[in-house]
Design a binder for this molecule. Structure first.
Ligand code: NI
Length: 179
């Protein structure tokens, strides 16, 4: 396993649209293991392959307290969305910035798991928020894109400041809710 460097806003590579995984292979599973290790180390609760400069439709999540319930979604699709809720979000690629974002409250998702099997399930609350946040990464979108222009500008400044404050090689700012 290996820790992968996480791209940070405004890196243009975060804007690349990910390609669907045509076949889930050992290589895909290696990427998943590396992404999980990277997410846990950050620490974060979600990570999309786009964030580690691999433009493939793969994302990992773990919302459990003990960090022992990894969820892997390959080629995720939203089959249904309903309601609306506003939740404070952060992002491992936009360190130091936490803002409220509106998303669907309930979703239905279809994706492949790490064995390449199709899974379909419904999600709500924080899980639904996280899945929508990570799926946005796969199409090159960041949560700061959903903010007002003024708030987005402030977020940009804050992220830059946070990046400057960190020594090269130092661990990222603590954020238990990074996505
Ligand atoms: Ni994110």
């Amino acid at each position: 396993m290996a820790l992968l460097p996480i791209l940070e806003f405004p890196d243009a590579r975060l804007r690349i649209k990910a390609q669907p995984v045509s076949k889930v292979t050992e290589e895909t599973r290696q990427l998943i293991d590396d992404m999980l290790e990277t997410m846990y180390a950050a620490p974060g609760i979600g990570l999309a392959a786009t964030q580690v400069n691999i433009p493939q439709c793969v994302l990992v999540l773990d919302l459990s307290e003990e960090k022992n319930e990894p969820l892997v979604l390959i080629n995720p699709e939203l089959l249904h969305r309903e309601g609306q809720e506003e939740t404070e979000e952060g992002c491992l690629s936009v360190p130091g910035v936490f803002e409220k974002v509106k998303r669907a409250e309930k979703i239905k998702v279809k994706a492949l798991n790490r064995d390449g099997a199709v899974q379909e399930f419904e999600a709500e609350g924080l899980l639904a928020v996280c899945i929508q946040h990570e799926m946005d990464h796969l199409v090159g979108k960041l949560f700061v894109d959903l903010l007002s222009p003024l708030k987005r500008q402030l977020a940009r400044k804050k992220a830059r400041k946070d990046q400057r404050q960190r020594e090269p090689g130092a661990s990222p700012a603590k954020s238990g809710r990074g996505l």
